[in-house]
Design a protein around this ligand. Structure first.
Ligand SMILES: Cc1cc2nc3c(=O)[nH]c(=O)nc-3n(C[C@H](O)[C@H](O)[C@H](O)COP(=O)(O)OP(=O)(O)OC[C@H]3O[C@@H](n4cnc5c(N)ncnc54)[C@H](O)[C@@H]3O)c2cc1C
Length: 621
């Protein structure tokens, strides 16, 4: 992973004064060894803060943040420190706020399928507490034993089973957030109006501190079976994934390892994976015994069309053996002792074959500076982790790594993908933000940051690049964000809800996505979806004369809830000058920057108009 230098430091003397002021709210540490250890993430990236605070309780966060605002002290939040983005950059002039001690599960409500937790609860501890009730929290990052629920929310973490069950966003019912000025707000999934909760989820600790969360739970599936297909070429493996998705079966997980990934892992773990395969695909199907029997039959048939070998694991022990290698992939990266960089590109699922080819062509082009690029990932969501390895003492490595990263990012963007599907931008992918977003799109995101954190005190240096001269001032957009944050928007009743008069409709069956012009009516849309044998949960069967753009811009209640869960992206205008912008993409996962499209839901045009919308769809069963 590349070494990052924190961008700028606050004032060290002020930090000393602040230490005295907060002493009644937190354990205060200045021990250098502790500061160094707590300031690094799992990968060793980070820095040494001037001070470490361990709040006595979650009610102490608001006074701590108020005092930080008064002393103008920069705060770096910390959960389990497992982020993969260089997301914590403490310096001598900054204060590390360690939330990992706030680890109480406050309530498990089995009747209403929800749990209320403090932010520092480790994901796997929550799962262990839920298991006796036959329940689980769906987000299952491979780091579940390290990562906190607060960290999952603030990074919008995914995981192998996000394919069927969604990412963290889909499972957060409400959060209590302390803003950088010390005020406290509660954001709920069922608040009407712009989806501010959706903007805070995935905000990488830059907008507010999550001090409590209520998360949705689901019953643990009665039966889970795992299948593995091995392929002679990566192309056949990737084509198989697209074929599984298009079959209409929704597996619980579809994971991928390419030849370099299989060989790299085998150096440290006896995975049992076929070493002569060019790629393997791991698939979980879950549900009732009857559902699993049905899905397994279809998946097995699709695998056998191209695989050189198919394995099926129905017992827990055999399943664990099949997953053992994949789940240890991150550990083997660290154990390699090599320099590495973990990519996290997501492309529409039907573009995985081209993405995989582009990655391996990049590896071949830079073989003088790099060792190899191993690819694993949550392929069912189109999310690949190309992990580039290099010898630390190879003088050609730095330039080769930079060139390879650039090429991989360019390839993902050219395929309609994004620069990060689940790891976040942090400091490591900040350089790619201007490739992913236009100056208008970055300016809109900067307005969000400014509305939440006008003094720029929270998690400085993370996510947004330095301001460029090309970024326009977006006063009206910023005012609308502030309005939403302080009690409600007041859109101009004449504000257009849609723009561009676009009524085009297209579905991509290999990706299970729908791209629809905002001026298409629900009637037109339902007819089109029916003809193709697919459904979209956001499209109601009532109010057919409404346009889809009008629906999204004015949605409340159940219609708003349905839109939230399947909206992938939006082409919009930004209200200042109705400048065009796109937020989100035709990818199943996208955590690049603030999830700005969320603001347009139920906003009555306050942030601008809708031009095109992108949704997830499902095959009719
Ligand atoms: C081995 C390994 C495997 C991984 N696998 C996955 C995977 O499958 N899927 C996936 O999505 N990610 C994965 N990750 C990345 C990582 O685990 C997730 O992003 C996780 O959600 C981070 O949680 P954390 O508690 O460790 O957060 P941290 O790393 O402590 O913090 C993450 C960011 O949020 C801020 N922050 C932390 N807590 C709060 C809070 N309460 N309020 C406000 N800001 C806060 C921090 O300042 C930082 O910027 C993996 C990481 C590792 C090491």
């Amino acid at each position: 992973m590349s070494t990052q230098t924190p961008q700028h430091s606050g004032d060290v003397t002020v930090v000393d004064e602040f230490a005295q002021a907060v002493a009644s709210h937190a354990d205060v540490t200045t021990d250098q060894a502790v500061l160094a250890e707590r300031g690094r993430d799992y990968w060793g990236v980070g820095g040494v803060a001037g001070l470490l605070l361990r709040p006595h309780g979650r009610d102490d966060i608001a006074p701590i943040m108020r005092l930080a605002a008064q002393h103008h002290v920069e705060i770096v939040p910390r959960g389990g420190a497992s982020n993969c983005s260089g997301g914590m950059m403490p310096t001598a002039g900054r204060v590390l706020l360690d939330l990992s001690g706030l680890d109480q599960i406050l309530e498990i409500d089995t009747g209403n399928y929800c749990a209320r937790v403090e932010p520092g609860v480790i994901n796997s501890d929550l799962q262990a507490a839920l298991e006796p009730h036959g329940l689980c929290f769906s987000p299952d990052p491979v780091s579940a034993h390290l990562a906190t629920v607060g960290g999952n929310i603030i990074e919008n973490a995914g995981g192998p089973h996000a394919l069927k069950y969604g990412v963290t966003y889909n499972h957060v019912l409400s959060v209590v957030v302390v803003l950088p000025d010390g005020s406290t707000i509660r954001l709920s999934a069922d608040d009407d109006g712009p989806d501010l909760l959706g903007v805070v989820i995935g905000s990488e600790g830059t907008l507010g501190i999550i001090t409590e969360a209520t998360v949705a739970l689901r019953p643990i599936a009665a039966v889970t079976h795992s299948l593995m297909g091995a392929f002679a070429t990566a192309r056949e493996g990737a084509d198989t994934i697209a074929a599984v998705i298009a079959s209409g079966v929704v597996p619980a997980a579809v994971e991928w390892l390419d030849r370099s990934g299989i060989a790299g892992l085998q150096q440290f773990y006896d995975t049992g994976y076929p070493l002569d395969a060019d790629s393997i695909v791991l698939i979980d199907v879950d549900g009732t015994a009857q559902e699993v029997a049905h899905d397994q039959k279809i998946v097995e048939r699709v695998l056998r069309e191209r695989a050189t070998e198919v394995r099926i694991a129905e017992e827990d022990k055999a399943r664990a053996a099949l997953w053992y290698g994949r789940l240890n992939a991150p550990n083997s990266v660290v154990q390699s002792g090599k320099g590495f960089f973990i990519g996290d590109v997501t492309v529409p699922r039907d573009r995985i074959p081209e993405m995989q080819e582009a990655i391996q062509a990049t590896a071949a082009r830079h073989c003088d500076g790099l060792l190899f690029i191993a690819v694993c990932g949550h392929a069912g969501d189109g999310d690949l982790h190309p992990t580039t390895f290099y010898d630390k003492d190879n003088p050609l490595a730095p330039s080769a790594l930079e060139a390879a990263n650039n090429e991989i990012i360019e390839a993902a963007l050219a395929l309609g993908g994004t620069i990060t599907g689940e790891h976040g931008v942090g400091t490591e992918k900040i350089q790619f933000m201007t490739r992913r977003f236009t100056p208008v799109e970055i300016a809109a995101q900067r307005s969000i940051k400014k509305a939440f954190d006008p003094a720029g005190l929270l998690n400085p240096g993370i996510m947004l690049p330095e301001r460029s001269a090309a970024e326009p001032e977006l006063d009206a957009f910023g005012a609308a964000v502030r309005g939403a944050l302080t009690g409600g928007i007041s859109p101009d009743p004449r504000a257009p809800l849609t723009a561009g008069e676009n009524t085009d409709i297209a579905v991509n069956l290999g990706n299970l996505s729908l791209v629809v012009g905002a001026d298409a009516t629900l009637d037109q849309l339902n007819g089109y979806l029916d003809e193709r044998g697919v459904t979209c949960a956001a499209v109601p069967t009532t109010g057919q004369e409404r346009t889809i753009g009008e629906l999204v811009a004015t949605a409340t209640g159940v219609e708003r809830a349905a839109i939230r869960h399947v909206l992938l992206g939006a082409d919009v205008t930004v209200v200042d000058g109705q400048l065009p912008a796109r937020f989100g993409a035709e990818t199943m996962k996208d955590v690049a920057g603030y999830d700005t499209k969320r603001l347009y839901i139920g906003a009555h045009g306050a942030f601008g108009a809708l031009r095109t919308l992108i949704f997830k769809i499902a095959v009719k069963t």
